[in-house]
Design a protein around this ligand. Sequence first.
Ligand code: AMP
Length: 307
Amino acid sequence: MKIIRTTRSMTAWSEGLRGESVTIGFVPTMGALHDGHRSLIRAARLRCDALVVSIFVNPTQFSPTEDLSRYPRPIAHDRALCREEGADVCFEPTAAAMYPEGFQTTLAVPLLARRWEGAARPHHFAGVATVVTKLFGMVRPHLALFGQKDYQQASLIRRLVSDLNLGVAILVRPTVREKDGLAMSSRNVFLSPDERRIAPLLSAALRAGEQMIRSGTDDVAAIERTMRQTVEQAPAIQIEYLAVCDPDSLEPLSVVAARAVLLGAIRIGPIRLIDNLLVKMPGRKVLNQGFRLKAEGGFDDLGFKQK
Ligand code: AMP
């Protein structure tokens, strides 16, 4: 596995392969890799001839009150995981290379970024949209994979890729969870044992909401009440939002129609956790194999290259 640190070498490597019709898969990450990242890397490995994983803790998606310097950076462990999963390149650009003096362009996806994570973290999605677009420009992938764990982020990237004709196929893969339901996250290591014990209440609340929808409830207020009550079993948890939304626009629903996404964010002490569940009404198949956000460049619905 090659470790590439300069943007110029990254692009040269990719351009060389593109010239030989090699398909390039790409998994962008902020490192501190866990089994959620691993599942994306494996899925990319299965689908593409060459595989790039990027590790870059992007400063522009953190707000001044969020501690960028505390974000875990276990680089030796991360490289070992990438190597184990057959990555060809671990791309580790420096912040100085990503944002050289004079850098000033940012991208906005205003409607999709307006609520939920965007409301809680005002500059977050501009930072995400800009860095993902820059990484696509450097890595020039055919297929890029994202986790459903960050549902709003995945929706926004789909929009961005379509709006700007970036020509990258996007595949979104299911959330990987601990045995007790907690969605894996690089931030889980910050939870104390007591906090870790109550953290699965977020996914339990979403499942309770899902259960109500599956048994025929379409009353969003009642579903949200049940989700709240589930989380409120632990007084140490503060709810930021627990909402029933349209899976495409992410606008709140007042009545559940054919599909809904349940979005949640909680705070346990200083730690923020997010999670979501995509629900289809009974009788319709739930897309639990990951859902395709944007078909482009000759890939089929599961991200495999069409013959
Ligand atoms: P991050 O390093 O947190 O920026 O995440 C990099 C990618 O991994 C993003 O596309 C995330 O959505 C995805 N990801 C993070 N956690 C999980 C998880 N538990 N399951 C699946 N994908 C995940």
